[in-house]
Design a protein around this ligand. Structure first.
Ligand SMILES: [Zn+2]
Ligand SMILES: [Zn+2]
Length: 375
């Protein structure tokens, strides 16, 4: 088995909190800062081979690798005015929104450059994973789609021919999937709460890609209350084999925390245990198949007591650091002050039990998907 040693970087800039859609918006920028501070507070950054790297702002040309010029102009104009809606209403413009979202994209590009140049083996951008934005429009709280820009960038700058994009956000990563729907360089695997129940209402097993990319887009829509056991089982049945067969040169993981139990917008009921198992498996696959090259993105996540824990556990898993269950008191104090809520009591969740009927429902989805991609 390949060694899991390597350098793990957290891409950071204090400007991440400027991606702020307003005081009453469910996407609260403080969640990214609380993640950074929990990672620091748990002393993960003191380990050998773990470091913070500075983010940068993406250039207009880099954003244009995925987005249309007329849309980028619109964002720039609304950003200057500080008002306007960038989609039907979920994604309001704000003063400086062009700069704020260009920083998110640039942070993901720094992660990509670090991993491709070998200065890092794994990189995590907690502010990234804005997977709903389309080339010509904003959607679902996402102004520019940083994973989609990164994919185009990797193909252009590093001549990447095969990459895996795994998306475990509770919502379907429609911007990335349809952005590369006919692109055979991208194996896109997306687990999400079924579009029958949740935004954006897409991502069914019959959507398998087109042209040369037929069979390379895998959608696994899951019922509400899926839980760890059925979720991880479906993951194990589909992901390792498919990824090994594809032989990627780099692996991208969008790690939205809104699949977690008690999320305010979604209902998949995962615990930190499912996240650590999945990230650990992707970590092992990256070392086995592509010299460890793995980029981790944040994503959704709307319950402040969960998001920092999920992402801290995910980052520690990549860094190979084992964490105890303690919530440091300095961080708890900061949480209380900035979130104006009670802090979580433990870092990890207790294991949960799933209902039998959910297991059977998920098995049906997996076998439907298998039939669709077998052809
Ligand atoms: Zn590693
Ligand atoms: Zn989401």
């Amino acid at each position: 088995m390949a060694s899991l040693a390597g350098r793990t970087g957290l891409v950071w800039d204090d400007g991440f909190v400027n991606y702020n859609l307003g005081p009453y918006h469910p996407l609260r920028p403080i969640r990214v800062k609380l993640t950074y501070d929990l990672i620091r507070s748990k002393e993960i950054l003191k380990n050998e081979g773990v470091e913070v790297v500075k983010a940068r702002t993406a250039s207009r040309d880099e954003i244009l690798l995925f987005h249309e010029d007329s849309y980028v102009k619109l964002v720039q104009q609304y950003s200057k005015n500080g008002s306007g809606l960038l989609d039907a209403g979920d994604t309001p413009a704000f003063k400086g929104c062009y700069e704020a979202t260009s920083l998110v994209v640039g942070a993901s590009l720094v992660g990509a450059d670090s991993v491709m140049s070998g200065t890092l083996t794994h990189a995590f951008n907690p502010s990234g994973g804005l997977h709903h934005a389309h080339p010509e429009r904003a959607s679902g709280f996402c102004i520019f789609n940083d994973p989609a820009v990164v994919i185009a960038y990797l193909k252009l700058k590093y001549r990447i021919k095969r990459l895996v994009y795994l998306d475990i956000d509770a919502h379907h990563g429609d911007g990335v999937m349809y952005g590369y729907y006919d692109d055979p360089a991208v194996l896109d695997i997306d687990f999400h709460e079924s579009g029958d129940y949740l935004f954006p209402g897409t991502g069914y097993p019959y959507e398998t890609g087109k042209g040369d990319a037929e069979g390379l887009k895998l959608n696994i829509p899951l019922p509400p209350a899926t839980g760890d056991h059925a979720y991880v089982e479906a993951f194990r049945q589909i992901v390792p084999d498919t990824v090994r067969k594809f032989r990627p040169e780099i692996i991208l993981v969008q790690c939205g925390a809104d699949g977690h139990l008690d999320d305010r917008l979604a209902h998949l009921r995962l615990t930190t245990n499912a996240y650590s198992e999945i990230v650990e498996e992707m970590h092992r696959l990256a070392h086995e198949l592509c010299n460890g090259r793995l980029l981790l993105f944040g994503g959704g996540g709307y319950t402040l007591a969960n998001v920092p824990r999920v992402w801290t556990v995910a980052f520690a898993t990549l860094a190979g650091v084992k964490l105890d269950n303690e919530i440091p008191s300095d961080w708890a104090k900061e949480f209380r002050a900035s979130a104006e809520e009670d802090p979580p009591q433990t870092l990890h969740d207790m294991p949960t039990n799933d209902a039998e009927n959910v297991l059977r429902q998920v098995e049906r989805v997996v076998s439907e998907l298998r039939q669709n991609i077998a052809g």
